[in-house]
Design a protein around this ligand. Sequence first.
Ligand SMILES: NC(=O)c1ccc[n+]([C@@H]2O[C@H](COP(=O)([O-])OP(=O)(O)OC[C@H]3O[C@@H](n4cnc5c(N)ncnc54)[C@H](OP(=O)(O)O)[C@@H]3O)[C@@H](O)[C@H]2O)c1
Length: 327
Amino acid sequence: MRYVPFGKTNVEVSEMCLGTMMFGERIDESRSIEIMHEAFDAGVNFFDTAAMYGGEFGNTEEIVGKGIKGFRDKIFLSGKVHKGVDAKTIIESIDESLARLGTDYLDLYLIHWPRKGMRIGEIMEALDKVVKSGKARFVGCSNYPAWVLECSNSYARLNDLAPMVSHQLPYNLLERGVEVEVLPMAKTENIAVMVYRPIAMGLLAGKYIPGEPIPDDSRAKTDERIAKWLSDYSDGILKLRDFARERGVSMVDVSVGWIRSSPAITCPIMGVSSLSQLKKSLKTFDFTLNPEERDEIGSFFDTEVKELSGGGYGPLRRDLDLVAETG
Ligand SMILES: NC(=O)c1ccc[n+]([C@@H]2O[C@H](COP(=O)([O-])OP(=O)(O)OC[C@H]3O[C@@H](n4cnc5c(N)ncnc54)[C@H](OP(=O)(O)O)[C@@H]3O)[C@@H](O)[C@H]2O)c1
């Protein structure tokens, strides 16, 4: 396992972050703990969780707390505000999460989703209190538009508060919206980018094959997006499968390799439902793509954001090198 700098924090994390969203929901406690131990033994030191995971509220955090016992201080643990973005919720939510996780601190505490009418100053002041109290080492966001993160960090800079050091986003061959403004901003500002849904819930891993029945034991049974995407992108999925077959690698290797080949990405968050999926996920970090292969794979799906704008404005919004790094 390789380790990569986490934005400007001076911390290095494993290139694979282990997602825990299925723990307690699709996988029981003992199997979840087994997966956490196996991942840690393989060098994974980055675990992502949230209060709302696990079917029943807080369930996943309790399981994660048991899983990381014995190596808590050797991992980088990220968690998220559970609901609301007002100061009271931000401050209470971390206490509740820490109690369930059985730890005194999170390494990273994220605002999970932006909310209509959110007050940036109040959020940043509350997050700063969390950092100053030692309950989180760093703070960040998830699912923020680029400009909201920029406004948040401008407020932090002007008021000498803890800035947001990372962003957590959906990014895969089908969901490419973050290429517009978000990834260029993150690369320029050296914001660590954690990618969620890297294999589109299994669709880009070969779990679902166009024309074949949906497996019974799969997330497609509860998530309607999978069947829709399977039908919308069947051609691309088959091309992806052939590309992987020709090289003797797995579809996970190619799909995750495509994400990792973007210079704006820090690490994918790999969600797994079994030990065998974990083993495939770990192996995928040995595989790399060159820029031509990245373009070829991208062309299998007509999902790059296109804009009807005059001149070169559209491409400018996706240009990772438009502005030199600010640090
Ligand atoms: N910030 C946010 O708003 C947000 C939102 C979503 C997720 N997340 C984070 O991101 C993590 C990953 O998200 P995700 O689970 O949706 O993403 P994902 O990695 O795209 O999908 C994981 C799913 O793919 C299937 N899979 C995994 N490995 C496979 C393999 N080798 N072969 C075939 N299928 C395989 C499994 O589905 P089956 O269970 O059907 O086998 C697994 O549950 C979460 O655990 C969570 O930590 C954050």
